[in-house]
Structures are given as C-alpha cells and as structure tokens.
Design a binder for this molecule. Structure first.
Ligand code: GCW
Length: 686
C-alpha cells in the first residue's frame, strides 16, 4: 500500500521539481549515463576528478574520457586543455578544474572544442570575516563553518563533511584559497590550539586545491608573544614572526600566507611605531618568503579627520609603489570608499605600476540588502573589471591592470569577502549563491559576461533533468521561455534596481548607522566621526546635493588618469551614474533627459521600486518550475525587498525634499510613509 501511495505521489509531481533546501548549490545534478575514465596516475585530487565525472556525467552513455598530465607550455598554472573526450593539464589540480568545466559545459549545453583555459589570476581567494567565537562580521547566513564558541577545538565528522562540501563547491568554480578568519583579527588566531584547527581544516580542503591563509593582527608579538613592542624593525619582533611562520609551516606545509588589515579602523599597524606600510608588509613577507608564502596587505585605510575619505588609500599607498617585496600584494577594494552599491573604480588600479595589486570584492551583501534582497553582483564586478583606467593607454582596464596582462607583477590575485555560513543553503538566500558562483567564475576568467554567468548558474541550480531525457541535455522551450529567460533578465537588472531604490546618480553611504541595511541619510549623532555619517557623503543643503570632488573641491578627480580626470571633473562629461560622487549639483540642474536633477532623482527611486515589484511577478510566474521550498523562501524574501524598496524611496525622497523644497513629480507614485516614522524605524525588523 505504502509503495502504491509513493508511486501515486511521484507520478503527479512536476518533472522538474524535487524537494530542495539549496544545500547542493549548483552541484546537485546526477549523471545521466555511464562514463569510462582513463587515467594512468593516482592522487587524492585525481580520485576526486574521476568520481566527479562518474557522479555528474551528461555526455554520451558509455563514452571514455582520458585524463592526461603532460606538460604543455601554453597551459599556465592550473589551467587545462579541454576536449570532448579528455582533459590535459600540467598538474592534478588542472585536471580537476578541467573536469568541472567539462561537466559544466555538458550540463549547460555549451560546446567543447579543443581549447586551452588558463586562469586570469594565480590566487583566487575567499576572505572569511569569521571571528573565533563563531560570529561573522557582516555575515547574514548563520554562524561560521570553521569556528565556534563551545568546544572550539573539537573537530567532528560533521565539520569535516561540511568543509569538504565547501572545498568542492569552491574547486568547481576554480577558487583555490581561503582566508579563514576576520581581517579584524584576533591575536589568538596564531596560538597553538587554533593553529591545530587550521591544520585539520587544511587537511580536508587540500585535495580540492584550497590553500589556507590567515588574517593576522599586527600587534601579535606584544599581545601573545610577550614582547614589549610589535615594531616591524625591531629584531626580536622580526624573529618572532620568523619563528611563528616556521611553526605554521611545520603543521601546514602548503600554507598560503597572511592577510593584514593594518592602521585602519582601530587596527594596529606599523604607523603605531612610526613605520610605514612597506616596513610592515616587507617584514612579514621576509618571514614567509622561504616557504613560498605571500602577504596580502589591505589598502582600506582612512582617518577620521580626512577631508575626503575617498582619497586616502591612494595618498597613503602611491608613495610606496616599488618599495614592496615581490611576495606582497596590495589588496584594494573595488571602489575608493567601501563596497557601495555603485562606486567608480579605485584609482589605485593601474596607478601602482611597480607593485602587485589585487582587487577585493564583497560577496556578502553588507550594503546590498544582506541576505534578504535579490541582487546579482556580477554586473557590478563586471563594471569595475571592464572600467578603463587609461594608465597605459586606452584599454588599460582594471582587469588587465591586475591580471598581469599589462604589468609584469610577480603574483596576481583576486579576493572576495565570503557570504557563507551555517545556513542549510550556505548563503541565506538561494540567489546569494549566484554571487559566490559568479565570484569564482570571474576570478578564473575576468572577461566572462554577467549574462553568461547567470545563464550557467540558473541552469545548474534550477534545471532538473527530466527522467526520460537522454543526453545531450536539451532545455525544453517551455522551461527556457518561462523560467530561464525571465529569471535571467531579473538577475541582470537586480543590481541596477538596488542602486535605483537605494542611492542612484552617484549617491553613496547614506545607510543607517552601523548595520548598513536600511536608509539613514539623516544619521549624524553628536560626536560621531563625520566620515561615519551620511551627511558627510551626500552634503545635501538648500543649494543642492553631492560631494564636490572636482579640482576646485577635494580634487579626488586628479587621482584618475586623463581623460578620466577631465571627464569626471566636468558635469557635462561626467557619467550621470557618478554625478553626485564627483559634484555638488543644484536641485534644478538640467539632466540629459531634460528633467531637473530633483525630478530625475525621484524618477530613479520610483523606478527601483517598480523594478522590484516586477521581480515579484517574474518569480510568482516561475512557481511551477521550482520546488516549493526554494520557491516560497524566495517569494517571501522578494516581498520584504519590495517593502524595503518602498521604505528606501520614501525615506530618501522625503528627507532630501526638506532641502529641495520641490514636489515629487505628479506622475510618480507618492510616498506611503511619513518621514518621522521612518527615522524611528529599524528596517531589520521583519
Ligand atoms: O565596510 C567596512 C565594514 C567593516 C569591515 C571593514 C573592512 C571587517 O563595515 O565591517 O571590517 O569595512 O573592510 O575592513
């Protein structure tokens, strides 16, 4: 009887649908046939490659695949050569990446025609802002998968399984490193028991090619080493770091190196001892050098009394160009301020010509709706990577200035602040998984388009091969038309929608204090440092709005190479998306559309809200193609996103209207809230 009921239920279940909590990410697809894997060598990594082919094969049933490790100088690092019947690489890891690419192409219906795929960057890293008590700074998907408060040093089978799944997901998109702890680092990270735990993690993730790295606190020698100082030029301090590094490599022979946030937001650094960034970074680099380790030294620095925070990183780092050791990489956030919904690229890209420079992106959506809002970040990253710096003539994009195409930098790297936690679906929102995926894909190939990445991710994450399907995969017209295309369109619009309803036309950092989830353009408690308050950034008054960074203002424009310097400096040539970043404009300034600036601002806020309402419609129509668990979770998050977008629009327009004193254009929808209520309102409350 039981069997009959089950068969009855199964026969009525939609062919595309099965219960799914999102834990499988983009890797949930089972093979549709058998494959014979030929490989004469053996290693833990090659065993994984073999098993992945068997688990996920979607090629011809009974076909053979040959895995060949043979040196070819056209293949770089862990790159590979792909054929429909085999993968060739210089390393085992190259084979594994080739296998994942082969399976991805089979599954997403892309052709395979004997080509070489080399990674754009040598080091492709997640930065976990995980604290040793298990909390995660700016984490929105549960607690840390690496650290916990109770029984911190016990390693369970469950831990190992999770770390393995984590490593597999990373390897499948080419990520090859993980910084395991917060850049606001605890000195305890370097104590024996924690290092033992790092060793345990490293052992699990190693076969997948993931190297472990640690964020370290600059003052560790005095905090845990018993020294009187942490001065980087002090011989005892130098020796302390050498000994510590030796101790680490004794446990973790393939340890990757250190990430350092120094002299920034209260973190200690070389400047506390009258030294500079190069003194600090080089001292650590020398300790790591004998083992092949690197130092990623962050350029995220700014001071409370700065006239323009956006200028500080450039001002502080440019004088040291050429003075860093060759195993130091300066890690630069994509924009000059701080992971805002939209910023121009950081002027350090391309400007530091004699130093290795790496981009740092934020995958966790600190400033983009956290794990509630559906915002696909690839378009934002693509915008940054494809921005032309003009540093070595036209075509000197951020991508080419950082991946070794233009400058002969010794190391190339790409980092993303992770959005992963203990939530069943890893990232809190199913669509936030797309951002982890996109980060990895762009780290491997910084010329991929957002459209291609979204297309792949949707197919891998949502398409269930109907049981009667024989290979090769063919996506039904129905699924393509009613699911793939509208959902992809929604993803590709989602970042611009967020910019529209949060801070369009160059506005930035007008978030509620501290949590950065909702709007707070008014937020300016007495005594708080000005650069932590929105009025510092929007400068709204009765004359107008925006931060004057022109040559007669803070002159941040001059940190950009011509023709950008002049372009940004002039309101007529400055792209409208950056207008308030570079200019203080009168409310009646004439925009290209013919509208006044105030009216244009109202249009953008309203447009953002309408876009999210449209996303709801797209998603509700997708119901029959998605399992109910993921469908309802996303549906309910979209409802909150709509309510939040309304709050953003009302809060910002009503607040700025106090200065513009102009009506909201009568053909736009009216605010539905009162400003005074919104000032009291905490948008984090569901
Ligand atoms: O954006 C700010 C965040 C901090 C973060 C800092 C950084 C880890 O609000 O939470 O600290 O950037 O990047 O160091």
């Amino acid at each position: 009887m039981k069997t009959i009921i089950i068969i009855f239920i199964l026969s009525f279940t939609n062919q595309y649908v099965h219960a799914e909590d999102g834990h499988n990410l983009w890797l949930g697809n089972k093979s549709t046939g058998k494959v014979n894997v030929v490989c004469t060598q053996n290693s833990a990594t090659l065993t994984i490659a073999r098993e992945e082919l068997q688990k996920g094969w979607h090629g011809k049933d009974g076909a053979s695949v040959v895995l060949t490790i043979k040196y070819d100088k056209a293949i770089k690092c862990d790159g590979f050569k792909l054929n429909s019947n085999g993968v060739q690489a210089n390393t085992d890891l190259g084979i594994l990446y080739g296998v994942y690419e082969l399976l991805r192409r089979q599954y997403t219906g892309q052709s395979i025609k004997g080509e070489i795929c080399n990674p754009s960057y040598e080091f492709r890293l997640l930065n976990h802002w995980d604290n040793l008590d298990g909390s995660i700074e700016r984490g929105y998907a549960g607690r840390s998968i690496f650290w916990r408060k109770d029984n911190p040093f016990v390693v369970t089978e469950n831990d190992k399984m999770l770390w393995q799944e984590y490593a597999r997901a990373n390897a499948s998109v080419g990520i090859n490193g993980a910084v395991l702890d917060n850049v606001n680092a605890s000195p305890s990270m370097l104590t024996l028991e924690y290092l033992e735990k790092v060793k345990a993690i490293a052992e699990v993730v190693r076969p997948y090619g993931i190297k472990t790295y640690l964020s370290v606190k600059f003052s560790s020698p005095s905090l845990i080493g018993g020294l009187k100082t942490s001065d980087p030029l002090n011989s005892e301090v130098i020796q302390w770091w050498k000994d510590k590094v030796k101790e680490i490599y004794g446990r973790i022979p393939d340890f990757g190196g250190f990430l350092v946030k120094a002299s920034s937001e209260g973190q200690p650094g070389p400047q506390d001892y009258g030294r500079n960034h190069a003194d600090g970074a080089n001292m650590m680099a020398d300790a790591l050098k004998p083992y092949g380790g690197i130092v990623m030294w962050r350029a995220f620095v700014y001071s409370p009394n700065d006239k323009d925070r956006a200028k500080q990183a450039y001002n502080e780092f440019m004088p040291f160009d050429g003075q860093f050791r060759d195993n130091v990489i300066i890690q630069v956030k994509n924009g000059p301020v701080d992971f805002q919904p939209r910023e121009p690229f950081s002027p350090l890209f391309g400007a530091m010509k004699k130093t290795s420079v790496m981009p740092e992106l934020q995958i966790t959506q600190e400033y983009l709706g956290q794990s509630i809002h559906l915002v696909f970040l690839a378009p934002m990253w693509e915008e940054c990577l494809q921005s032309d710096t003009y540093q070595e003539g036209a075509g000197s994009t951020v991508a080419r200035c950082t991946d070794g195409s233009i400058y002969p930098q010794k190391h190339t790297a790409f980092a993303g602040v992770s959005n992963i936690g203990l939530d069943a679906n890893w990232c809190g929102h199913t669509f936030a998984g797309a951002n982890w995926y996109a980060f990895g894909r762009l780290a491997w190939n910084n010329h991929l388009t957002s459209e291609k990445i979204a297309d792949e991710w949707i197919k891998l994450t949502f398409y269930q091969t109907p049981s009667e399907d024989k290979n090769p995969i063919s996506f039904s017209t129905d699924w393509t038309k009613h699911f793939l295309l509208p959902v992809k369109h929604m993803m590709l619009q989602s970042r611009e929608a967020a910019v529209n309803y949060m801070m369009p036309l160059g506005l930035h950092h007008i978030f509620a204090g501290d949590h950065h989830y909702g709007p707070g353009p008014w937020f300016a408690p007495k005594g708080l440092r000005p650069d932590w308050t929105p009025p510092y950034y929007h400068k709204a008054d009765t004359n107008g709005i925006g931060f004057d960074r022109t040559r007669t203002g803070s002159d941040a424009v001059s940190q950009y190479h011509e023709p950008l310097n002049s372009q940004f400096n002039n309101t007529k040539t400055c792209p409208e998306i950056y207008l308030l970043w570079f200019h203080h404009l009168p409310w009646d300034y004439k925009m290209k559309s013919g509208r006044t600036f105030w009216n244009e601002l109202c249009y953008h806020y309203d447009e953002g809200l309408q876009q999210v309402r449209q996303f709801q419609k797209v998603w509700d129509q997708a119901e029959r193609y998605v399992d109910s668990e993921r469908f309802t979770q996303i549906q309910s998050k979209l409802r909150r996103q709509c309510m939040n977008a309304q709050v953003w629009k009302d809060a910002c327009l009503l607040y700025f209207q106090q200065f513009s004193k102009l009506p909201i254009p009568y053909n736009r929808e009216r605010p539905v809230h009162d400003l005074k209520d919104l000032i009291e309102y905490d948008m984090r409350r569901p």
